[in-house]
Design a protein around this ligand. Sequence first.
Ligand SMILES: Nc1nc(=O)c2c([nH]1)NC[C@@H]1CN(c3ccc(C(=O)N[C@@H](CCC(=O)O)C(=O)O)cc3)CN21
Ligand SMILES: CC(C)C(=O)C(=O)O
Ligand SMILES: [Mg+2]
Length: 292
Amino acid sequence: MGTPPVNPRKKVTIGTLRSLHRRGEPITMITAHDFPSAHVADAAGMDMILVGDSLAMVALGMEDTSEVMVEEMLLHCRSVARATKAAFTVGDLPMGSYEIAPQQALETAIRFIKEGRVQSIKLEGGKEMAPTIERITSAGIPVLGHVGLNPQRQNALGGFRVQGKTSQGAMKVLEDALAVQEAGAFAVVLEAVPAGVAAIVTQKLSIPTIGIGAGNGCSGQVLVQVDMTGNFPPGRFLPKFVKRYGDVWAESSKAIETYRDEVKSREYPAPEHTYPIAPQELEAFADSVENL
Ligand SMILES: Nc1nc(=O)c2c([nH]1)NC[C@@H]1CN(c3ccc(C(=O)N[C@@H](CCC(=O)O)C(=O)O)cc3)CN21
Ligand SMILES: CC(C)C(=O)C(=O)O
Ligand SMILES: [Mg+2]
């Protein structure tokens, strides 16, 4: 039996998120893709942890998110769920697993809950996804919407482009967000939309908006964990909205280089890293080896 944690954080539920929103307190969300990245985010007090399909790129080295499969997402969701004690967990439905019909989407969402052990799911899309969101929420699975830039549609969008840059485009973002809300989503991610547009959309909605590249007028924020901790190689492109709060890559790199140098110089392992044996036992062993 270990000692109980000091001041254990209460489990964040859909009710907690609603009361944060009611009080006007920003909702904090970050991505995680495995046990340690979820553990550190949970212990640091994040309200929500998203197992984003961005893990395709940042954890699996794929070119874009369209390659990742449901089974791969579920493996990562389970590892995140095991480490998450307090935060509200969200699994990101990957491209191809929900667009065909509401029935397909509900089947995938159920797998995320039963096999992925997450508490809710996220899917990309606006108006056109409303019947799908309705179907999933009516089965008792909370849905996080995602409008503005939908990275899973990058081939149709011509890349990762800011959305809602014209008054017409901004109106589409608002209409999409309203449709997602009407369909029953508990919150909606606004990705890569001008700050002024996101602020107006947030005011027009009754559910919280979680911004990424959408400015400070949203009800909450989300970032990809490896981006904000600086856990990526030097020179990699970073979207404009990312603020790097740390330099984890440099820390890891320094540690591994020092380890390499110390193994080469036989500085590591030092006596304190080794197991002792009584001198007479070692002597006896050496004698028996000699007499073999
Ligand atoms: N590591 C990582 N971080 C992310 O935030 C992220 C992913 N991966 N993968 C999935 C999507 C893709 N995202 C992205 C990727 C690039 C831009 C980008 O290049 N934005 C341009 C704006 C281009 C324009 O002006 O239209 C920028 O300069 O920031 C935006 C969002 C966000 N998501
Ligand atoms: C960027 C966030 C919102 C996301 O969808 C992801 O990490 O996949
Ligand atoms: Mg995603």
